[in-house]
Design a protein around this ligand. Structure first.
Ligand code: NAP
Length: 329
């Protein structure tokens, strides 16, 4: 396939606002279309954002020859269905996190991806950013010694109202929404899913977790802990504790374009700021898709990693329900 990749937005979600300028800023991509559940909404959105084509249903956009790749920004419970339909229509798929709501859905998505030969990636944009790549290089180089403990936080005050985040049937809850960030970061560091997890949730009246704490044990007795919440002021952090040093990341998931560094403290207690190339966050995942589609390169977020994210969350939810640790199969 030749550049530019013709992108279609599958929904008029709020998060599209970050992808639209990213797609437009790359010479290897072009924003070609938007699809919405109603034609009026698609037309209004296309007009507002200057998008050439507007489709009044998702199916219509998927059957169009004017689209090569889709960005799936639907509520969580619809990710699997529409990723599969897009792949079956021969479209490359960048699917928002969380990729799906259980391992069976993930497996169906992976099968559809294999059968189509198209690129499929979970949209963990932060994984494609130079800050995360640099942190993982530092871990891999052994500068921290052996990393044995990881702590992560992603909290914000969810404003209430009509939001799928508060609906259990739509994959709501802080764990699916923001807990997946520290989990995926820890697993990029450790290179595997945990063996055992313990989760503790505070539930809303509707039954979604407003706050979720997780403790995860990885092979070799290494651990990760995280806090995810809709009920606490905005805060993000990742801390990696190694036998020879420690890394602190203030903006591990969003906003790292503004900080421009993470901190490394060596075994002597000396702290240095480590900078990395500045890059717009969402452009990083667009470029990752471009390299995969146009050059056949592997994606930074791999499908086995994605499958591990989802089975870890499933186990954490099961643990929170049971009030006991759960071993992963
Ligand atoms: N990577 C990131 O930085 C980031 C940030 C925020 C959110 N996200 C992810 O992006 C996805 C969308 O989040 P968002 O907050 O942007 O969503 P949102 O604003 O609530 O929009 C979701 C869109 O899905 C469509 N939709 C289809 N069926 C729906 C239904 N039954 N109920 C509600 N909407 C339905 C609607 O578009 P139409 O009416 O046009 O069909 C709606 O605009 C989520 O998976 C979330 O986890 C990622």
């Amino acid at each position: 396939m030749n550049a530019p990749i013709r992108w279609g937005l599958l929904s008029t979600a709020r998060i599209n606002r970050r992808l639209i300028p990213a797609i437009r800023s790359s010479r290897r991509s072009r924003l070609a279309a938007v699809a919405s559940r109603s034609k009026d909404s698609a037309d209004a959105y296309a007009k507002e954002w200057g998008i050439p084509l507007a489709f009044g249903s998702y199916e219509e956009m998927l059957s169009s020859d004017a689209i090569d790749a889709v960005y799936i920004s639907l509520p969580n419970h619809l990710h699997a269905e529409w990723s599969i339909r897009a792949l079956q229509a021969g479209k490359h798929v960048l699917c928002e996190k969380p990729f799906a709501l259980n391992t069976q859905e993930v497996d169906r998505m992976l099968q559809a991806g294999l059968a189509s030969g198209c690129v499929l990636m979970e949209a963990f944009m932060y994984r494609c950013h130079p800050q995360t790549r640099t942190v993982l290089q530092w871990v891999g180089s052994g500068r921290l010694g052996e990393v044995r403990d990881v702590f992560g936080v992603f909290t914000f005050k969810q404003s209430g109202g009509e939001d799928y985040r508060l609906n259990p049937a739509q994959g709501g809850g802080s764990l699916w929404d923001v807990g997946v960030y520290p989990i995926s970061f820890a697993q990029a560091v450790y290179g595997s899913a945990p063996k055992k997890v313990f989760g503790k949730a505070d539930l809303s009246p509707s039954g979604v977790d407003l706050t979720f704490r997780g403790l995860m044990e990885y092979p070799g007795g290494r651990t990760a802990q995280f806090l995810a919440s809709f009920a606490l002021p905005f805060h993000t952090r990742m801390s990696l504790f190694g036998t020879q040093g420690q890394i602190e990341i203030e903006r591990p998931f969003i906003g790292m374009e503004n900080t421009g560094y993470f901190s490394f403290t060596n075994a002597a207690g000396e702290t240095q700021k480590v900078s990395y190339p500045q890059k717009e966050l969402y452009l990083c995942e667009v470029e990752e898709m471009e390299s995969a589609i146009l050059e056949g390169k592997p994606t930074e977020v791999t499908l086995p990693q994605t499958r591990d994210h989802i089975r870890t969350v499933e186990a954490l939810l099961a643990s929170a329900r049971a009030g006991q640790p759960v071993e992963l199969a």
